[in-house]
Design a protein around this ligand. Structure first.
Ligand code: SIN
Length: 333
């Protein structure tokens, strides 16, 4: 293969199981995530050299359950720089799978540019029998190097599937088939070693996002409150006390609010705290459902899951506190 015209792909490593190691090849749980460096990940996949000219940067090496906004800000700033770098055609980010969908959605809203950005990870540590990381990395680099990936927003590649960051979500705590794109966002596949795109996402992202290119260094506090039997609003009070400017209420069914928590949420909205109704249910759409909630100015979260609704609300609150404008943002993104 002629190698000097290959696409130039930057791999930004942040840790996770893809960079994890265990004492034995058959130890698939209880290992340490984020122990291997980006050069080891690249070195484990010699086939990358046939697909792209890859170079690596280590931005962090953590278990992604410990993610903080600071790493999002660092990643977004670096991706924004790389969008303007003529020596880079696409970006792959290796990441722990636990919170990969959140980082992917944050970057989907905050990076300005149409070069492909692909997040990938693994469910088995790098030392495991049948480790899934090397193939995921190869597939992610192939996707980032594919001209059809341009302008598709931030992508997630896991287990041969290409998903939109807007929809990709982790649905299994241990299987290699750990992610699904619910309910619409499977954009393509990698099959027979080739990348196939079959769909596009309509919601605003990257170049059309009002939040893109701004290089945030802090965001308003937004808490997620998960309803349950006997929900009594105590966490709403706690969120307000902690200084929350927004609350995402992961309600039951179509964003239903327990009567024990309802008045606390209405009081919060009356104090200027944005309240988004989301749902504990993995599929479906939260719509306006109750005139009392509409009158209180609650925002319907649509089909964003609570963890992604939180990110959109954090960003939206940097622009407006007006419930009608916040609802418009939720409808468009
Ligand atoms: C992590 O999210 O960092 C650990 C779990 C994983 O990558 O699968």
């Amino acid at each position: 293969m002629q190698r000097n015209n290959l696409p130039k792909i930057k791999i930004l490593a942040t840790g996770g199981t893809i960079a994890g190691s265990a004492e034995a090849a058959d130890k698939l749980t209880g290992y340490t995530a984020g122990t291997m460096g980006v050069e080891s990940l690249i070195g484990a996949v010699p086939q990358l050299a046939d697909v792209a000219e890859v170079s690596g940067e280590q931005l962090a090496n953590i278990d992604s359950c410990d993610i903080t906004g600071d790493l999002w800000f660092k990643l977004a700033a670096r991706c924004n720089e790389l969008m303007a770098d003529a020596n880079v055609d696409g970006i792959v980010i290796t990441h722990g799978t636990d919170t990969l969908e959140e980082t992917a959605y944050f970057l989907n809203l905050t990076v300005k540019g149409d070069k492909p950005i692909v997040l990938t990870g693994a469910m088995r540590p790098a030392t495991a029998i049948s480790a899934d990381g090397p193939l995921d990395l190869l597939n992610a680099v192939k996707t980032a190097a594919c001209p059809d990936a341009r302008g598709q927003g931030v992508l997630v590649v896991m287990n041969d599937i290409i998903m939109a960051a807007r929809y990709a979500t982790k649905t299994s705590a241990f299987k290699v088939e750990a992610f699904q794109a619910q309910p619409y966002g499977q954009l393509g596949t990698i099959a027979g070693g080739r990348v196939y795109f079959e769909a596009q996402v309509k919601q605003r992202h990257t170049v059309q996002s009002a939040f893109a290119g701004k290089n945030y260094t802090a965001l308003p506090r937004v808490d997620i409150i998960y309803t349950h039997c006997d929900d009594d609003g105590v966490f709403v009070e706690a969120a307000l006390k902690a200084g929350a400017q927004g609350i995402v209420y992961a309600g039951s069914g179509m964003g239903s609010i327990h009567k024990g928590a309802e008045q606390a949420l209405i009081n919060a909205a009356a104090q200027g705290v944005a309240v988004v109704r989301s749902t504990r249910v993995s599929e479906g759409r939260v719509l306006p459902a109750n005139p009392k909630w509409d009158a209180a100015g609650f925002i319907s979260g649509g089909n964003l899951n609570p963890q992604k609704a939180r990110i959109l609300l954090q960003l939206a609150l940097t622009e407006t506190k007006d419930p009608a404008k916040l609802q418009q943002i939720f409808d468009e993104y």
